[in-house]
Write a protein that binds this ligand. Structure first.
Ligand SMILES: [Zn+2]
Length: 261
């Protein structure tokens, strides 16, 4: 599943193609995406200009000159691609064409991505601060976690607490911060939360710089770049103890019981 670094790489591509350009056509090719963006709504985008493409958590927002916002969420397998001329791959679920001839295609093998158009101020705002946003401080995180007794790993996946962290980088960030993923979220001191916030940023920054070198498919096969994720039974890169896998809130958590406590 694309997490913050992957979505940021995709949003950077969308910015390059779309910002400052006027939309000349929107072709939604799969019924799943037509649910959020029916043909009539898609047609209403023609003639509108893209002012900005922003990412918050794993969601992207295209701000339009009309004041509306096109929201895009990749869910499991979505990504942007620039199609070559000729026939589009079958996995392209929607395509936006711009006045300079540029094309931006939503490539999504499982077709679970969600597209929607919101009027000014109508956007979904249940999301917490973005994991890379300086507004995310140890105190703010502590306040959001104050009533949460679930394990800190499960709490980090809740997008209303912090936006952008998924299953991979939750485990990786906790390893970096030397925090046991099972600790109840409301029991961490402000000092440890500060360590965690720094670890989240360092983990995501490192992943974002790797994104420049790896395509999505290669990145998924490059499990070797992780410290704990998908490394059950392998030695910890810090203390050589064996990495463990447990299930929390239905998802796999990887951690080192030697140096995370
Ligand atoms: Zn260790």
């Amino acid at each position: 599943m694309p997490e913050l670094p992957e979505v940021e790489r995709a949003a950077a591509l969308a910015r390059k193609v779309a910002v400052g350009r006027t939309i000349t056509s929107v072709n939604v090719r799969h019924r799943s995406q037509r649910r959020g963006l029916p043909a009539k709504t898609a047609r209403s985008l023609v003639g509108d200009r893209v002012l900005a493409v922003q990412r918050r958590g794993k969601a992207q927002r295209f701000t339009l000159a009309s004041g509306r916002e096109l929201q895009v969420h990749f869910r499991m397998t979505g990504d942007w691609m620039i199609p070559e001329s000729g026939r589009l791959p079958r996995t392209v679920r929607a395509m936006i064409t711009f006045d300079d001839g540029g094309r931006l295609a939503l490539d999504d093998p499982r077709a679970l991505s969600v597209l929607s158009l919101c009027g000014p101020g109508e956007g979904d705002d249940r999301m917490g601060p973005d994991a890379m946003d300086p507004a995310l401080t140890a105190r703010r995180l502590g306040a959001a976690l104050a009533s949460r007794r679930i394990g800190i790993k499960a709490a980090l996946l809740d997008q209303s607490i912090v936006a952008g962290i998924g299953n991979i980088y939750a485990s990786e960030s906790l390893w970096r911060a030397r925090i046991d993923p099972r600790i109840p979220a409301n029991r961490l001191s402000v000092a440890r939360l500060g360590t965690l916030v720094r670890a989240i940023r360092a983990t995501l920054s490192a992943a974002m710089s790797q994104q420049r070198y790896y395509s999505r498919d290669r990145a998924e096969s490059e499990a070797g770049r992780f410290a704990v994720y998908d490394r059950e039974g392998k030695p910890c890169r810090r203390c050589r103890s064996r990495i463990k896998r447990i299930t929390q809130a239905g998802r796999s958590t990887y951690f080192c019981s030697g140096c995370q406590n």
